[in-house]
Write a protein that binds this ligand. Structure first.
Ligand SMILES: [Fe+2]
Length: 256
């Protein structure tokens, strides 16, 4: 694919700490505003009562100039404050459905840390000679799992090992507060549709949990399957929360 592969493009997954990469910590102003955006996430309209809250925005990234632009919503979506999210048949819970998800505000879209994260993510991707001369579609999700009750679990979608269909998917931990669980498992592709306990040790490529703000991982979709475990409330007397920023990257093709 590329004469200069990244660990991500070669082995199918990688992990980073962007706090370290960017030389910032939790006191950074852009981090604080991005974090505050998770206080304003509506419940996932497709999973009411699940403890999942989210917003979504889409952009285009030009690989040759590294310019990034947010895309508008359709007129009808804009009237409702929504953006459309389509995964084809890759999410078994939403096959061939365009999900209209609440949009991310312009203010949050212009957050410098968010834009730096998008540039960092691009720097880890590798594209074929053909894809590198077309725009890339970037889907950005702010997703929070929130649990108020002891003994309840909030799950990611889909709740099984899966592949997303987008060639690269990045997950950035924005914060975790009084939350347990949410372990990540990365396995070989044949475990798509299976549960983590179905994967023998030899096929478990990575088992880890993100704990620090701005920890991140990514997967090269066709090389691996992946899973995120449910989260539960921790011991403290307040809700448990885990806030993630997802960025998925897809080459654009012309339709003729
Ligand atoms: Fe996924």
């Amino acid at each position: 694919m590329s004469a200069n592969p990244s660990t991500l493009s070669r082995q199918g997954w990688d992990r980073w700490n962007l706090g370290t990469e960017f030389g910032i910590d939790d006191s950074d102003g852009d981090y604080q505003s991005l974090r505050a955006a998770y206080g304003d996430l509506p419940e996932d309209p497709y999973a009411l009562g699940s403890g999942r809250y989210r917003r979504y925005a889409r952009g285009v990234f030009l690989p040759w100039s590294k310019e990034f632009f947010w895309m508008p919503a359709t007129e009808s979506q804009a009237r409702e404050g929504m953006n459309g999210y389509y995964q084809g048949d890759n999410n078994p819970e939403y096959v061939n459905v365009t999900r209209n998800l609440p949009a991310i505000s312009d203010e949050v879209c212009n957050n410098k840390l968010l834009l730096d994260i998008i540039q960092f993510d691009f720097s880890q991707t590798r594209w074929s000679e053909d894809d590198a001369v077309w725009p890339l579609y970037v889907g950005v999700h702010l997703i929070k799992l929130h649990i108020e009750e002891e003994g309840r679990e909030a799950v990611s979608s889909p709740n099984e090992l899966h592949q997303d269909g987008e060639p690269y998917v990045f997950a950035h931990l924005i914060y975790r507060d009084n939350a347990e669980g949410g372990a990540n498992l990365i396995a070989t592709p044949e475990y798509r549709g299976k549960q983590p306990e179905d994967v023998p040790p030899a096929d478990r490529l990575a088992d880890f949990q993100m704990e620090q703000s701005l920890e991140a991982y990514a997967i090269t979709d066709h090389l691996v399957s992946h899973y995120v475990g449910p989260i539960r409330k921790g011991a403290a007397d307040r809700p448990g929360e885990r806030a993630i920023l997802l960025a998925d990257w897809v080459p654009m093709r012309h339709r003729i």
